[in-house]
Every structure is written in structure tokens, then in C-alpha cells.
Design a protein around this ligand. Sequence first.
Ligand code: ADE
Length: 353
Amino acid sequence: MSFQLPDMAPLLPWYEKNARDLPWRETRDPYRIWVSEIMLQQTRVEAVIRYYERFLSRLPDVRALAECPEDELLKLWEGLGYYSRVRNMQKAARVIMSEQGGTFPTTFAGVLALPGIGEYTAGAICSFAFDLPYPAVDGNVLRVAARLLNFEEDILAPASKKVLTAAVAAAQPKDSAAVFNQAMIELGATVCLPNGAPRCEACPVWGDCAARRAGREQELPVRKKPAPRKIEERTVLILRVEDRVALRKRPETGLLAGLFEPFSFSEALDKKAVAERLTAAGGFPLRVTPLGDAKHIFTHIEWRMTGFEVILGAENAETVCKNLDKSLFFAPRDEIDGQYALPSAYRAYRAFM
Ligand code: ADE
């Protein structure tokens, strides 16, 4: 079965009139567009603007990104989450420097071949930077297309994505690829809103929207419920001695790779149990203060944390920490902000570090 979007001609003048002024829409530099699109995959537009400006003033081009020390790069990304994305960006920047003479690729295949760049991002970069006629179908655009077509299947299923992407590609005017793609994203972000709340009265193509005609715009799109997240219990210890706090670097692969974090036990412990563990590790803590519970939700995992501030005596702090985890070290508190990228998962305890 093939699906055809309605006549999308009214979309372009609507966009010209209603588009938000966003910094990445004022450039044709593929590097800047790439940075914006990777940031926008995980964070709201309003929040991205600040990160975008800061990132680009420190790393204005591919070379600067390729050469940035890793800890500094992670620090620049702190708060955006999904750190593997920025690591992949650096990998890609190094490929561009070493294999392509520092020039960003200018073909779809060339862009798609870079680490961390999938069909969506390649389409976005190639259309926005080079006006190449590729679609850029993210979650916003999938929703718009599903509603326009009254599409009843799970939009996240690979077969659905394929059908909807083909429909969007066919509707794209080949001489206005960039504007059409931006306009579809804008329509999804500002009018064809998710969670049963579309503003159909503001939509330039509402008269031809199959879901609205069928009275189904509130129910669509259909998304199959993802598998439940794995729950992990953690007891987080903010181990302090004088004006220093114990940190460790997470492994170079996996969740939150390469970031710094406080020590934790992978189970829920109360204050008494924490004191016992510390005593067993070689030193009775001077003070253990509960910091309360916190939760952090990742894509497939949920951390349920309980935190404690632990004040250690200077005479045995090093021993206790080495016995808990050899990789712990003490960082001066006033250097943490400037030097160590900490995952936002620990936000609830950050003030005590
Ligand atoms: N989300 C993803 N790409 C975007 C863009 N170019 N403008 C606004 N929001 C977006």
C-alpha cells in the first residue's frame, strides 16, 4: 500500500510567516547544523540554544572538535546527556580531519558514513546546508505525517518509518528541500503537537488532514509501549574530607562512559548499614548525613538512589576510599565545576559535592 501526503503547498508560506528565529537556521555551515541537530535529538529547543552557543564559541569548527581534550568535551556537553553522541561527533571530526583533509563531506552518502550520523541527521545536514533533496524525518515529522495520513500503525516500527519517510520524501519540493524540511519540523513542534493536543486551527493543511477529518487527531499517532525499564538501586556516598570530595571516572564504554561520579553501592542501604560498610573499609566516619532519595530515568534503566554525605577524618580518608574502590581520588570542591563532567543523574546531590 502506498501513502500520499496531501498537497503541502500551503506549508512553505506558513513557515515563512511563522518560523521561530533559531540560531542554527541562520547558517549553512554543515558543522554548525550538525552540532545543532545532535543536540536537538535529546533536548528542547529553548534549552539547546545556550549549549549551542557555548559549544560553538569554544569549538568553532571541525578541527577544534577533533583536537578537544576528552574531559573538556564532556564538560561542554554536561547537562545534555547521552554523552556517546558527542564522543561519536569527535570520532567523526577526526575522520574528517585525517581522511578528508578537514573538509566536511558534501554528499548524502559521505555524511551518512560518519560515526553517529543516521538517516535523519544526514538528511537534515544535507538539506539545510546544501539544499540536497533528502527528507529529514524525526519524531516531529513522523507524527505530522501519521496524522496527515490517518496512519493507524505503530509509528516507531521500522516498516512504519519506512512508509512515512517515503511519503514525506515524495511530498518534498526538490527545489526547496531545506525550507520544506524545516517547515515540517516546525509544524510538528509548534502546531501538530504530541499527546493529544494539536492546534489544528493554526495548521496550514488542516483541511486535508485525514486524521482530523476522521476525528482521530487526538488518538494518533499510535506508539507501542516500550519494554519497562530495568530498575537499579544505588546508595550514593558523597565522601568528603576537609574541602575535598571523592570522585571516580566511569569506564570508557557503556552508560555515562568517561564521566566522573561519586562512589555508590549497587543496593539500597540505610544509615546504619552505610556506617558499617565504612567501618569495614578501614575507618569510622566522623559524620553520616542522609541526603534523601532521588530518581534518574535513562532510556532503558531507572536509578533509584538514596544519598549520604560522609565526612571522613583526614587520617584515614585515603585508606577508606582505596578500600571502597581503588579508582577513587579526592578532588578539591572548587575545581569540580570547572574540570569534571558530572552526569545530571546526580543532580540531587550536587550541592553537597
Ligand atoms: N528539531 C530537530 N531539528 C530541528 C531544527 N532544525 N529546528 C528546530 N527544531 C528541531
